[in-house]
Design a protein around this ligand. Structure first.
Ligand code: CMP
Length: 138
């Protein structure tokens, strides 16, 4: 089995009806979906998820935005999952994202940037556990 990463399709992309197109790109890139659901974060829960960004100037806007509509979190599996997935999604700012990346294709702005990808194996585990119980991961 490969390694795992965590992703979340954000409210802008879910609201625009891009969940299917993005999920197709993820599967075609060789990631296996281990867990997936459509759910919602309250502002308080979004604050917990992004607690590492608490001191950043964009924290308030970010937690408002992330609680503005439904999201689709997933746990994904592939060799070299964390790094390969960050390549597939592209830079945080869609203006800097490479051609053919998910953010280049679907992101609206640096904040409403369509999708999240964990930045380390350790955070992938923490973030996956934030949304999914053990029995949901198979
Ligand atoms: P992500 O990397 O998934 O997690 C942190 C999020 O904060 C990031 O995506 C963006 O949605 C948001 N973010 C990061 N940098 C900025 C910024 N400079 N201005 C606004 N939002 C940002």
């Amino acid at each position: 089995a490969g390694k795992r990463t965590f992703t979340m399709i954000k409210p802008d992309a879910v609201g625009a009806g891009n969940t299917g197109a993005i999920t197709k790109m993820i599967e075609e890139a060789g990631f296996k979906i281990v867990a997936m659901k459509k759910t919602y974060m309250s502002k308080e829960r979004a604050g917990q998820f992004y607690a590492v960004h608490k001191e950043r100037p964009f924290y308030e806007d970010l937690t408002n935005y992330m609680s503005s509509g439904p999201i689709v979190p997933m746990i994904l599996e592939k060799d070299n999952a964390v790094e390969d997935f960050r390549k597939l999604i592209g830079a945080t700012n869609p203006k800097e994202a490479a051609e053919g990346t998910i953010r280049k294709l679907f992101a609206e702005s640096i904040e409403a940037n369509a999708i999240h990808g964990s930045d380390s194996d350790e955070n992938a585990t923490i973030e996956g556990n934030f949304f999914f119980a053990e029995i949901e991961k198979f």
